[in-house]
Ligand binder design. Sequence first.
Ligand code: GAL
Length: 835
Amino acid sequence: MKNIKCLLTGIFAVSMTFSLSAQVRTEQTLEKGWKFTRQDKTEFSSPDYNDVKWQSVTIPHDWAIYGPFSINNDKQEVAITQDGQKDAMEHAGRTGGLPFVGTGWYRLTFDVPNYTSGDKVELLFDGAMSHAKVYVNGSEAGYWPYGYNSFVIDATAFIKGSKGNKLAVRLENEPESSRWYPGAGLYRNVHLIVTEDSHVPVWGTQLITDKVDENIARVNLKTIWNAAKGSNLDDFTIKTEIKDAQGKVVASSSDKLSRFDQSLFEQTFAVAKPNLWSPESPYLYTANSTIYQGEKVKDTYTTRFGIRTIEIIPNKGFFLNGKMVKFKGVCNHHDLGPLGAAVNKAAIRRQIKIMKDMGVNAIRTSHNMPAPEFVEACDEMGMMVMAESFDEWKSAKCENGYHKVFDEWAEKDIVNLVHHYRNNPSIVMWCIGNEVPDQRNQANGPKLARMLQDICHREDPTRPVTQGMDAPDAVVNNNIAATMDVAGFNYRPFKYAENYKKLPQQIIMGSETASTVSSRGVYKFPVKRESMKKYDDNQSSSYDVEHCGWSNLPEDDWIWHEDNPWAIGEFVWTGFDYLGEPTPYYTDWPSHSSLFGIVDLAGLPKDRFYLYRSHWNKESETLHILPHWTWPGREGEVTPVFVYTNYPSAELFINGKSQGKRTKDLSVTYENSMDSTSTANLKRQQRYRLMWMDTKYEPGTVKVVAYNEKGEAVAEKEIRTASKPDHIELVADRTVIDADGKDLSFITVKVVDKDGNLCPDAQNLIKFDVKGKGTYRAGANGNSISLELFHMPQMKVFNGMMTAIVQSSEEVGNITLKATAKGLKPALITITTQK
Ligand code: GAL
């Protein structure tokens, strides 16, 4: 189905995407023309309420991301028992220090295109944070408490006609309802879907490719048919064409419904020589269905899908299309750093692109349902997804968390998640929970796990189900671990071997791993492995040697998955830094964003990015030196140098003098590196990183020459001591973007010396000015203690770098971003926008 853009003018204009077969089905996103307030009065639901004084906003909208930050926003006086805290203490930055708690109202006047009486009118919310109460023309049309899930409101009974309908949405976020920044408001899209009385409902198809080989794939399509009351079921026919990525019809079928089919069309197709979906080759097909009553078209529906198989084989691992694949995964929260929770396609795709470059093949949507834009991007770009649902079941982690609604809503929430995404090839596993306290509950825990897993199986018999468990002894003893299709363990890899032997599945997955902490461009001396280490500057070392009390360094996980077929891979905590959870600086305001990310909040890679890339990205060369080499005052002091590379060995030179050759030590095994001395000596790290622990700083150059397996010098890299800051450098991730009012260009801002070397100590305040066909959207510098507002067109670089984001308008042309700072030569960059 082809989409065309159609802009309505007038005061109640909304941005719409119509399908060409608009006669029987129209779908549009309600983006423009909304009014918003943080006040709360019952009359706001009334169609007659005058909202002219409210703020005008565009959806998706996160009301809290504009700040201001405050120690008093959701200050939580609690003991985080999962992290081993015994007594309650003040956690000021736990949820990001932003004003998401409280109530907000949104109102919109909207038209229903081509509406005729008897049509079905539905509102699909991709996610609304949270406790959404939806009013249509003054009547309460529905409620959905969980802020991360998609839900459908049937507005049919409340629609007044095609013009001037009034929609009002009340949202409320309670204090102490989250462990991270959840965002606030209508932060995902709202869709208006109009069909005839007889129609395919939202998420009304289930497509399964169960028999697949290189010659042929069997495609089963079930289409739910909600026939108008009183109609004769024998009158309906469905015609479906399966089209390949070029739009060529590769199979088709026409089938009649009968009164014995229980309102379900079932069709089977054979696709010859199928192109299989995989992260390397994300090939997509569509099933295009038209439903007729007699000769008359009653509805059209498109299901996009991929042809692929997944299988878990005991002792052997996870198999995609018959090939064993290890999960090289990351966990990510849903926020997009400086954009907050507000969904943006360009920002999501940039994150996936950065992860793919690192070698990532899977993302866990911790700890909740993803946005459809994310899943679609994973389908198209080739990224496997573990789609998660809950951080709490019946027992609380947060006083006002999901446990309060679990009994009534858990099944509905899982059903919506599974129905929404069960046709998306990127989704390879469902995850029913993260470190839920119920896992320790002998009586309830196993039953709840079984119940939630059974719901997933009932709604989707094709995908395995897991959960992230952090109490390995409890879950092995009470059989929760044995219940799961895939036993997912969070942290404690040293327990894997023992637990694997006790589990009938004979495989183990690292559902959450590492939780190494670091701050981009910050290096601490002496270089030593530390747990929960705190410094006066509230940062962690980028030598990648620091972790939490329950966690470890990247290599401490790799070694298990590399050496055991039954260890099927891992999901690192986290790919990107996120707002909230500034562990280990729980109580140290202004710390308010995480240090766990392999990439910082601005989307700038930390050193750790190159460590993972050297191990996971087998296609590209990685040769990365750390730390930077500008250390005035450290002359003559021991300043270790690490090299992250995919080559087995390398030689290091400081100002031309060899510091010796290092080779990855492949004799290290998990057995011979378990003891505390090996841990302290970074023995495991020696298998994967090249480390010169005794090098001394002298200004000049550090050069590394890498050798391949045959001992041939194959690559080299050099870094230099920077002189004083001279100018600003701007580099865009994309210089041509869409003129759709939404697309973004992410511009890396660097303070460099006259020769272009990064000035790693620079903290200059940069001011931005945007002209032309776009606006300044936001900026971030990755400094977790910075209280600068993201949307203001000025920010300090953190250790020489930040990211500035510009957004297109709907007009074609150029956008120029000018960056200026006291004492530095300015810089200008031009982005082109096109339709
Ligand atoms: C885990 C938890 C994550 C995050 C992480 C930090 O226990 O599942 O949500 O809190 O710890 O290390």
